[in-house]
Structure formats: structure tokens, C-alpha cells
Write a protein of this length. Structure first.
Length: 314
């Protein structure tokens, strides 16, 4: 996370003095769930599993001793949550997330393979709609994208559900998908003109992996000629929380993953810090401020530019 923070100019007076690191901000994450990793101790306010055939009852978690109901049999959701909000407890802060003081609401909508039905995701979205005032949720991170061959009807169902969260005044941050970089390769719900879609620059960072080529990030324009992604952030080789650390004796507490799924929580975490400093901003104002603060670098020409944290919090 050190190079991630350096590349987005994370270190500024507000972060160095621990002034605005997500305090009093609650972020919801819809993903593969979350594990009882020590880096989240005491900050997971609610968890619900929508990925199984029998939906569990809501579990409100106020202390570390109640972490046993938490589930992440994939590891994806825990990794995403660590980038956004991990405290870095097991690394002396080295792998702390962008907003390590924010609270979390976790909806498990994907299974152990990272797959899930549109119905499960929509059920998770409806749950957020039902509880967002109770838990003062301000931001939703959805590092979930549809397959290109999904039916138009299914895509519209998901788009409408995601946009309903934005219409409530919530800041919705989604990933651009990993089917790029051809034009029109951004996935649903990242194609929505309302939400904030996050991609990874194909020129930054200079890391190549066999599974994810350097230029994997989805790109616009969308079918409606909307420029996407909106903003870019690091997503290749990101080190964050390992969901299986608490399950296996020799499992490391942190591991590396790659994808636009990893870039979205970098932006969500930055917005959590922004709302910690300026709590009365609307979601439209957040989007405008994010747009104005981005910096164009090579590989980000299809959007506003790369996230610049220091400029965002000015």
C-alpha cells in the first residue's frame, strides 16, 4: 500500500496528523463477504449473506468476540475491504487502507468463486436501501462487474438497482471490469452515467502479471456515448488483507491481488476521508470535487485522470 499511497499523493497534513481518515463515515461493501481479520476489529457494524440459498438473518456486530458469523470463502471481499479500511494492525500500519477509521457494512452477494446472480446483488442493494439511514451509510463500494454475454434485461435490472442507491443521495463507487482495454469494454454497472466508475491506467504501475495483462482495465465509451471510467487508481499487485489468515496456521496476514476491483476501494477510501472532513457534501458535489482534483497522466485519457488525494481534500 505504500507505493499506492505515494502514487495518489496520499500523504498530506490531514493524513499525517490522522485528522480525516474516515472518522464518522460508514461505507457499505457488496462483494464476497469479509473474514474476521484483526485489521477490521470493532468497525464492522452489520453483515448479511445473500449468496446462499437460505438468506441469513442480519447480524449486527459490535465487538471482536462476535466475529464468528462473518464469511468470505473467496478472499476477494476481504481484500477489497482491507484496501478501503484496513487498520494495518498486523503490519504496524504498512498495509493500512486508505480510510482506516471508517465503519463497514458488509453484504455478501458473491460465492467462493466470485460468482453470483443478479438477484443476489439486487437483494443486497435492497438491504442497503432499507438500512442506510439506520447506519448513516454514505458510500457503497461495488467491485462487481457483469459478464459481457449477460442479457440486456439482466444488465438493466442491475443498472436500475445501482442507480437507485445514487438517487437516495449515496455515493456509489464501482469497478470498470477487467475485459479491457478495447473501446466499449467497461462492464455493468460501471457503464452507468450516475455512479463513479474506477479503472486502472494501462501505463501505471509498470507491473505485468500472467493472469492480468497490463492493459486489462475496462474502457468506454458506453453504448450511450458516456466517457468511462471516470477516475483511475492503482489496481495491479495491491497488497491487502488475506481472508484465510485466521483459518490456516501458515497463512500470511496479507497478500497481493490485481484488478479494477482493487482500484475501486482506493477511490472509495479517499471519498470516505473527504466526507470525514466535509460531512455535508452531497454525492453530486463529491463527484464534481473528485473530477476537479484528478490529474491527467498517460493511460488515463479516456476519463478524468488519476486520483490525487491531496488535491481532493484541499
Amino acid at each position: 500500500m505504500k507505493w499506492v499511497k505515494q502514487s495518489i499523493h496520499y500523504w498530506c497534513p490531514d493524513t499525517k496528523e490522522h485528522k480525516f481518515l474516515g472518522q464518522n463515515v460508514t461505507v457499505a461493501i457488496l462483494d464476497t463477504g469479509i473474514s474476521p481479520h484483526p485489521d477490521f476489529k470493532g468497525r464492522i457494524l452489520s453483515f448479511r449473506d445473500f449468496s446462499s440459498t437460505t438468506v441469513s438473518s442480519e447480524k449486527v456486530l459490535f465487538s471482536f468476540s462476535h466475529f464468528s458469523p462473518l464469511i468470505d470463502n473467496s478472499g476477494h471481499g476481504t481484500h477489497v475491504a482491507g484496501i478501503l479500511a484496513g487498520s494495518g494492525l498486523l503490519s504496524s500500519g504498512t498495509y493500512a487502507g486508505i480510510a482506516p477509521f471508517c465503519n463497514l457494512i458488509i453484504g455478501k452477494v458473491l460465492d467462493q468463486n466470485g460468482n453470483g446472480s443478479i438477484k443476489n446483488v439486487i437483494n443486497g442493494i435492497q438491504w442497503i436501501r432499507d438500512i442506510y439511514t439506520q447506519f448513516h451509510i454514505r458510500i457503497i463500494n461495488i467491485s462487481v462487474g457483469t459478464r459481457p454475454d449477460l442479457s440486456i434485461h439482466q444488465k438493466l435490472l442491475l443498472l436500475n438497482a445501482v442507480e437507485s442507491l445514487w438517487d437516495l443521495g449515496l455515493v456509489v463507487v464501482v469497478s470498470a471490469g477487467n475485459y479491457g482495454p478495447a473501446p466499449g469494454s467497461v462492464t455493468v454497472p460501471g457503464s452507468s452515467p450516475k455512479v463513479i466508475t474506477v479503472g486502472v491506467p494501462d501505463t501505471f504501475p509498470l507491473i505485468h502479471t500472467q493472469r492480468h495483462p497490463l492493459n486489462y482495465s475496462g474502457r468506454g465509451p458506453t453504448d450511450d456515448c458516456i466517457v468511462k471510467p471516470d477516475v483511475f487508481a492503482p489496481g495491479t499487485g495491491i497488497v491487502s488483507c488475506n481472508a484465510f489468515y485466521s483459518q490456516f496456521p501458515n497463512a500470511p496476514p496479507y497478500l497481493s491481488k490485481t484488478g479494477t476491483s482493487m482500484a475501486a476501494p482506493v477511490v472509495s477510501g479517499a471519498i470516505a476521508c473527504l466526507l470525514s472532513k466535509y460531512p455535508f457534501l452531497t454525492n453530486a458535489e463529491v463527484k464534481l470535487k473528485l473530477h476537479a482534483s484528478c490529474v491527467q497522466i498517460p493511460g488515463t485519457e479516456s476519463g478524468w485522470g488519476i486520483l490525487d488525494f491531496s488535491r481532493l481534500l484541499e
